[in-house]
Ligand binder design. Structure first.
Ligand SMILES: [Zn+2]
Ligand SMILES: [Zn+2]
Length: 475
């Protein structure tokens, strides 16, 4: 296509100038081109289409109703009943803005060009959107009704449209719409966004990680709102034995909601869990539905976890609030679980951190106290135990976890034995081991399933009294 032909053939121009005037507008999304067209009105310099045929999406244009923005194209889509919203988006008049106002302007101009056009309209039901744009206000009202008690700053919108509507819309738009016209789905979502902005709501529309996801069914106008979870990263210390890490359903009633006699109607085998001691005050403060607890491994119920604590991510599900200062959350936990569980600080994170925490393999330092059955000579015993320093041990899956862990032999390294002390007939050792070492089994050998073990080097049975996780060497 050539741009400008000064003093061109007037006859040819008259045939095509009107079409060309709009055709350029159709391709023009930039201000510049539309300005050029305006400035050419009444100018001796004219532009025209340099050819007598136009290939459009593989088919020759039907000159009786060419695609918009040709006036005949616009007249055609008006005739078949297109609404102002759809007229605005398929007409190709980007320069006139979008929305129903620009649509009605384009319609008025078309009526001025053809006085009979209005009487030729076959229906007032828009074949492109089935008047869906009329429901935008209603949809937005429903969304905000559903979210009236929910705090959010970002939103992602999706709309589900019936397949036959999408196909029919696409067919009509490809044939009569201006090239590059916005498809229905995008236009509806954009119209919803505009309506929300118009209401003065402070919402950012995002394409990923929204606070709330809204899905609208274009057929039934059903609105589904999904409030996305928020994630808190922290490290917990468990100061008291007898607390499981996560909620543990009652064995008798399997944790059904109303509980049973044996669990005092709690549905829980243990009233306390690290998950609820930390999660419940936070769930309450954020008016959330529930929590999930993602720990970097877990200690046994009877094992304390000290030092800087075990890393975890608390997932707070369907929170009504999501902007409380993390310092306040730390205080809430402090007030809720004194002497049981402590968290020094929280940071907000994303779901990605869950995987990071779950997949991390950190060395740990433990203190374990045990009692050898037979009498031991302190000096010999110390030497024997220290011989395990830096050793690699083989551990078959412990009997106590064999119901939930695959049977296999794990090879683990005892990185170091840092401390050893005797008190009465008991021995306490502090040792650092590779991730995944079964430390109780390292001491009592699990009937010979762990080799070598403290028991095997001492040559007498050993009974574990208690175990503490002293440090998880992470970050
Ligand atoms: Zn429409
Ligand atoms: Zn129960």
């Amino acid at each position: 296509m050539r741009d400008i032909e000064p003093g061109g053939d007037r006859d040819k121009l008259e045939e095509v100038d009107e079409w060309q005037l709009y055709a350029s507008a159709g391709y023009a999304s930039s201000e510049l081109e539309s300005e050029e067209i305006e400035s050419e009105e009444g100018n001796s310099e004219e532009i025209w289409f340099d050819g007598d045929d136009l290939e459009f999406e593989g088919s020759t244009v039907n000159w009786d109703s060419p695609p918009c923005p040709a006036p005949l194209g616009i007249a055609h889509v008006i005739k078949i009943g297109v609404c102002d919203h759809c007229l605005a988006r398929v007409s190709g008049f980007h320069s006139k803005g979008s929305g129903p106002d620009s649509g009605s302007l384009i319609r008025e101009e078309a009526f001025l060009r053809d006085a009979d056009l209005e009487s030729k309209i076959v229906q007032d039901y828009c074949p492109l959107c089935e008047n869906l744009f009329d429901d935008v206000e209603n949809i937005v009202d429903r969304v905000f009704e559903t979210l009236s008690k929910t705090e959010f700053s970002t939103m992602q919108f999706g709309i589900h449209l019936p397949k036959d509507l999408v196909q029919e819309e696409d067919r009509i738009r490809s044939k009569y719409g201006a090239p590059g016209s916005y498809h229905l789905k995008g236009a509806i979502v954009e119209s919803i966004h505009e309506r929300i902005r118009g209401l003065g709501k402070e919402v950012d529309f995002v394409k990923e990680k929204p606070d709330v996801m809204v899905l609208v069914d274009g057929l039934t106008l059903r609105v589904d709102v999904d409030v996305r979870p928020i994630f808190l990263y922290g490290r917990y210390r468990k100061l008291s034995r007898g607390i499981p890490q996560t909620r543990w359903p009652c064995r008798a009633c399997r944790g059904r909601a109303q509980g049973c006699e044996s669990c005092d109607e709690t549905g829980l085998q243990y009233v306390d869990s690290v998950q609820d001691l930390i999660g419940e005050p936070i769930r309450d403060a954020l008016d959330a539905e529930d929590t999930s607890f993602h720990g970097m491994g877990r200690e046994d119920i009877d094992v304390r976890c000290l030092g800087s604590g075990r890393p975890f991510v608390l997932e707070v599900k369907k929170p009504s609030k999501r902007t409380l200062p993390v310092e306040d959350l730390v205080e809430l936990v402090k007030g809720h679980a004194p002497g049981k569980v402590e968290v020094d600080r929280f940071t907000w994170c994303t779901r990605k951190k869950v995987n990071e925490v779950k997949q991390s393999r950190s060395e740990k330092t433990y203190t374990i106290r045990f009692r050898p059955e037979g009498p031991v000579d302190k000096e010999t015993a110390e030497k024997s135990i220290l011989s395990l320093d830096g050793q690699v041990i083989d551990q078959e899956t412990p009997q106590r976890v064999s119901h939930r862990r695959a049977a296999k032999t794990r090879r683990r390294k005892i990185t170091s034995i840092d401390k050893l002390s005797f008190e009465d007939d008991e021995i306490e050792i502090t040792l650092r081991c590779e991730a995944g070492t079964y430390v109780k089994e390292l001491v009592h050998s699990d009937e010979g399933r762990t080799t070598p073990s403290v028991q095997s080097v001492l040559g007498t049975d050993c009974e574990v009294i208690w175990l503490d996780v002293l440090e998880i060497h992470y970050e």
